[in-house]
Design a protein around this ligand. Structure first.
Ligand code: SAH
Ligand code: SF4
Ligand code: F3S
Length: 439
């Protein structure tokens, strides 16, 4: 009998890539992906723990799925990913809907976890691994067919004091470069035109084989070497590890996209020290200067946390002034959310009142809106090479794609151009998109 699997993914791009690994593992036991949870015999929710509201969203979603189990008592519901790792068997106690709890390094074990659940037992594997990278599993991609994610490292060895990721994803490990190149080649040959190399800290990628060491800049050069028509992106860079070699490689290779996501978190050196980020405001500024010097056309995006422990108005103003100085093209901005068990939760008081966190966050967002608008305005009259991804969200008359700098562009055109590169003259902009025409 055909087994229908529905996967819903929360959290970062790594979880999107992991959901493909899950689908691939379970295709081995005859499970086929479906788009409607109502049809499925197995529902897996791939979860995120990074902030409290990320977990709350999943808990709310579980409530919505409850009626499906009433209709179909044989339905198996599993929680995968970071929240599964963090909450473990507690999930069985609080959420009776859940049959399977599968941590991020346990996906090879899913067939047996599913079999156990099918026999009426609660099944769990939350063992973290020092070596699992799923390198031999070809992901089963249900995506658009133009742009794919490839995990190159798993886990994280940094100990940013606010962050739950090292606890739920385990120690950092790099994946065999041959398997990365093989996956990228496979994607290119099946029509994909963009791959994004993923890791919590891609700059610390390292593969030692014999007396040869492959670092991130060499890996990305090799991936870009597959074909000039394959765009290569990467995320996330850590300011303490972003190397000049990488910047030079980016400058040399046209198909490595000119965009760096460089999370700053705060503009105050005092707060950065409490966050254990291992760089100061000045170090961060010198990284931005290096980017501007070596790749003048590069865009830079960032992540910012408002209201971390002990943050004062003065610290907050330093964040605003650094944003202004750097002129970020785009940013993800968050209120600090204390995560149980992290160093900040154990050693520091979450002492900035929620309303102050919100007020500061709103100021950060409003400044970023004007910076984003300024960044788009700079593109007016320029011609950008755009990889066509498909119809725009609003209309089937228009196509959409992104520039090398990762800015979304909307322009009239024929859907058959999907997967092609076109040159677009930018004529208009909003804070979210550029608009133009193919020339
Ligand atoms: N590895 C990446 C990002 C990981 S999580 C890096 O080092 O930057 C993505 C973003 O979530 C972080 O950059 C940070 O801005 C935010 N974040 C992580 N923990 C958080 C917390 N406890 N509260 C609020 N935001 C958090
Ligand atoms: Fe978390 Fe820091 Fe690791 Fe990023 S680098 S995942 S913020 S611990
Ligand atoms: Fe969230 Fe886990 Fe990614 S905590 S941000 S899904 S690594």
């Amino acid at each position: 009998m055909e087994k229908k699997l529905y996967i819903e993914t929360y959290g970062c791009q790594m979880n999107i890539a992991d959901s493909d690994v899950i689908a691939s593992v379970l295709s081995g036991t005859g499970h086929r992906l479906v788009k409607d949870p109502g049809e499925a015999g197995l529902i897996l929710i791939n979860t995120c723990s990074v902030r409290e509201n990320a977990e709350q969203r999943v808990l709310n979603r579980l409530k919505q799925l409850r009626h499906l189990k009433k209709k179909n008592p044989g339905l198996i519901v599993g929680l995968a990913g970071c929240m599964a790792e963090r909450l473990r068997e507690k999930l069985f106690d609080t959420e009776d809907l859940i049959d399977i709890v599968a941590g991020p390094d346990s996906y090879r074990d899913l067939p047996s976890l599913v079999a156990e659940a099918a026999s009426g037992k609660k099944a769990m594997n939350v063992q973290l691994s020092r070596c699992e990278t799923y390198s031999d599993i070809l992901p089963h991609s249900g995506h658009d067919g133009i742009s794919a994610f490839i995990s190159i490292t798993r886990g994280c060895n940094n100990m940013c004091s606010y962050c739950i990721v090292p606890y739920v994803r385990g120690a950092e490990r790099s994946r065999n470069p041959e398997s990365i190149l093989g996956e990228a080649r496979m994607h290119f040959e099946s029509g994909f035109r963009e791959v994004t190399l993923l890791g919590q800290n891609v700059d610390s990628y390292k593969w030692v084989s014999g007396n040869e060491t492959i670092e991130f800049h060499a890996l990305i050069a090799a991936v870009a070497g597959i074909d000039p028509r394959l765009r290569v992106r990467f995320t996330t860079s850590h300011p303490k590890d972003l190397s000049e070699e990488l910047l030079k490689t980016m400058a040399e290779q046209n198909n490595i996209c000119k965009h760096i996501h460089l999370p700053v978190q705060s503009g105050s050196s005092r707060i950065l020290r409490l966050m254990n980020r291992e760089y100061t405001r000045e170090d961060y500024m010198s990284r931005i200067e290096a980017i501007r010097r070596i790749i003048p056309e590069c865009s830079v995006s960032t992540d910012i946390i408002s209201g971390f422990c002990t943050e004062t108005d003065e610290d907050h103003r330093e964040t605003l002034s650094l944003m202004e100085w750097a002129g970020f093209d785009f940013a993800f901005m968050f209120r600090y959310s204390e995560r149980p068990g992290t160093r900040a939760a154990r050693k520091l008081r979450d002492d900035v009142p929620e309303e102050v966190k919100t007020k500061r966050l709103n100021e950060i967002i409003s400044l970023q809106n004007s910076l984003s608008l300024r960044s788009k305005k700079n593109d007016l009259g320029k011609i950008h090479e755009v990889l066509v991804e498909g119809y725009s969200k609003r209309s089937k008359e228009d196509l959409t794609g992104r520039t090398s700098q990762n800015k979304v562009v909307v322009f009239p055109g024929d859907y058959r151009k999907r997967g092609d590169y076109v040159n677009v003259l930018i004529e208009k902009y909003t804070s979210a998109t550029l608009k133009g025409r193919i020339i």
